[in-house]
Write a protein that binds this ligand. Sequence first.
Ligand code: F0G
Length: 362
Amino acid sequence: AHQWRGVVEEYRERLPVVAGAPAVTLGEGGTPLVRARHLSELTGCDVRLKVEGCNPTGSFKDRGMTVAMTRAAADGARAVICASTGNTSASAAAYATAAGLSCGVLVPDGRIAMGKLSQAVAHGATLLQVDGNFDDCLRLARELAEAYPVELVNSVNPARIEGQKTAAFEVVDALGDAPDVHCLPVGNAGNITAYWRGYTEYAATSGQPGPATRRPRMWGFQAAGAAPIVEGRPVESPDTIATAIRIGNPASWDQAVAARDESGGVVEAVTDEEILAAHRLLSSRDGVFVEPASAAGVAGLLKRHAAGLVERGLTIVVTVTGHGLKDPQWALREADGSEVRPVRVGVDADSAAGALGLERAR
Ligand code: F0G
């Protein structure tokens, strides 16, 4: 049986890695494109989820990190550094370990999900908690990479975007064509840039007879309290429960605007309430558990649908970017914010059956 070889080996000819350089891989990519039965019924569209939580460290960052780390190792780097709201640091720490490099991560003071922090520590990264937000961390990381012998592995490193574009290749291969619409959350704006590049490259080189493969409209969604692209200016103090996308001055801002405009798409805002409602819907109705930021794409799709802006019959892919276990606390609250309490029962079939709403078979 074919064993998936990871992003670098599967797409080597489309990636900037030198021939013969051994891939630094943990088996990333090849993630499932899952049909969302409930979301499809709700919208009258064919809605598919690109489940990026299935990557080795639980987020889409691994696609870019394998390429960045393969190059860093081939170039003889000894150390890597990144700024992160959590997932990039988890991924960098894991791939640096696989490459035998040391890793420093700069994270904003507080507001990093516990799962992500645990990963960076578990993989032996040096964790620097910076007195500032993500945008401050990124500025600091860039300064360090300029003045010291350390490789920056944020998405401002072109290898990261190159690796992440492979998700678009996988979508086209799975569907046999591009979808009509592609929805995803937008934070530092690397991923929307990467998908658009992937769709564009594949459309140009697919080599199929007839019209070139289509490209989707890109629909990006920011959290309302951290929506610089929507507002058209940097946000000084970004705020949202979706900590992964709590970013006020995205590094790939211009590329995100280009992806939006060239595709005839949109970048819009969704509130924390809308994000949490989508998060709950995904887990309780479609069986897919994601972290809050990852639900922003679904929240945006539902918001546009409610506004009558989604034609029936479209094929829509939504990237859900990170795994629910990264930041599980949100599942333990009811819709009204109160704590979820398990039903306590004794070791007694009748009371357990009662609690389960079962009636005795006759
Ligand atoms: N979803 C998740 C789960 C993320 O971790 C991120 C970004 C995004 C969406 C947004 O992607 O930045 O390419 O627009 N996380 C970065 C990090 C910032 O440090 O882990 P983007």
